[in-house]
Design a protein around this ligand. Structure first.
Ligand code: 13P
Ligand code: SF4
Length: 301
């Protein structure tokens, strides 16, 4: 049996589903039951009857799935597949901000630890941050942990006052305006599609700004046939599947998230076979971090 065949038979035997983020390697996306952005994966996790979810992504994704479904077994193919940005905020500063601004909403990007979520009022993803922040009654928004996504949302909601946090995605934030200008010179006909984790100077040059699924949808529906991609290179798999005749140029080489690339087919097989790398969240943390996630699912409807 090939590894893929083993995975198929283990899935049936154990009533398991494989959920994969667009950034994991193509071989893993190929065996997934659902592929999507962070928002889609958290929504799907609440809608399935499966007993086991194998979350092919970084650890905050597995943690979110577990918080939303404490009764299910949630497995990570690689227990060390972390997102560094998920840790880039601190509880003391959240508490200090709450003291300083009584009418404050702490808005927490889903790329965060459960510990940060439990001190937040609502979670967001890049697909729904704008909609959710607009819907909040609060005037003051403390946006954690991603300063760049926070700046992007703030630019679209001038009626609210934002407090930013010193955190960012090390992969997206290293893309410079100069590198994008160079790519535009090489492919002047191409539309520029950018993830909002990039710095504001890069966002200014975009034809479209959105989540990974937004980028894929835009390219698929666009009459253009060439695109410069300013996000992690895992999205190329789905972009090419959906648009075999279009041209996609990565803005630069090595636009790759190390945590996401730890997820391999063999590790998916082993996680399922041995039911290893189970995500655990204590009962008190699960209860406290559930409501910001549920509020996100509610407000994003
Ligand atoms: P999405 O919200 O588009 O899934 O992006 C998640 C992420 O980790 C981006 O770096
Ligand atoms: Fe985290 Fe950046 Fe990797 Fe996304 S691309 S999971 S934000 S490190």
């Amino acid at each position: 049996m090939t590894v893929k065949e083993e995975i198929q038979s283990l899935k049936k035997e154990k009533n398991a589903l494989i959920l994969a983020h667009y950034y994991v390697p193509a071989e893993v996306q190929e065996v997934a039951d659902y592929i999507g952005d962070s928002f889609y994966l958290s929504k799907i996790a609440t809608q399935t009857q499966a007993d086991i979810l194998v979350l092919c992504g970084v650890s905050f994704m597995g943690e979110s799935a577990k918080i939303l479904n404490p009764e299910k077994k949630v497995l990570l193919p690689d227990a060390s597949s972390d997102c560094p940005m998920a840790h880039m905020a601190d509880v003391e500063r959240i508490q200090a901000m709450r003291q300083q601004y009584p009418d404050l909403a702490v808005v927490c990007y889903i790329n965060s630890t459960a510990e940060l979520k439990q001190h937040s009022d609502v979670c967001v993803t890049s697909a729904n941050a704008l909609k959710i922040v607009k819907a909040l009654p609060n005037k003051y928004i403390y946006f954690i942990p991603d300063e760049n996504l926070g700046q992007y949302v703030a630019s679209k909601v001038p009626e609210k006052t934002f407090i930013f946090n010193d955190g960012r995605c090390p992969i997206h934030a290293q893309l410079t305006k100069e590198a994008l200008e160079q790519a535009k010179t090489q492919h002047p006909e191409a539309k520029v599609l950018v993830h909002p984790e990039c710095v504001p100077a890069v966002l200014e040059l975009a034809d479209y700004i959105g989540s990974t699924s937004g980028i894929i949808q835009y390219a698929t529906e666009s009459p253009s046939n060439a695109f410069i991609i300013c996000t992690e290179d895992g999205v190329l798999y789905e972009l090419q599947q959906k648009n075999p005749d279009k041209h996609f140029y990565m803005v630069q080489e090595n636009f790759s998230c190390p945590g996401m690339k730890l997820v391999t087919l063999k590790k998916v097989r082993d996680a399922l076979k041995y039911e290893q790398n189970q995500v655990t969240v204590s009962k008190s943390l699960q209860t406290a971090s559930l409501s910001p996630l549920q509020r996100m699912l509610e407000l994003a409807k």
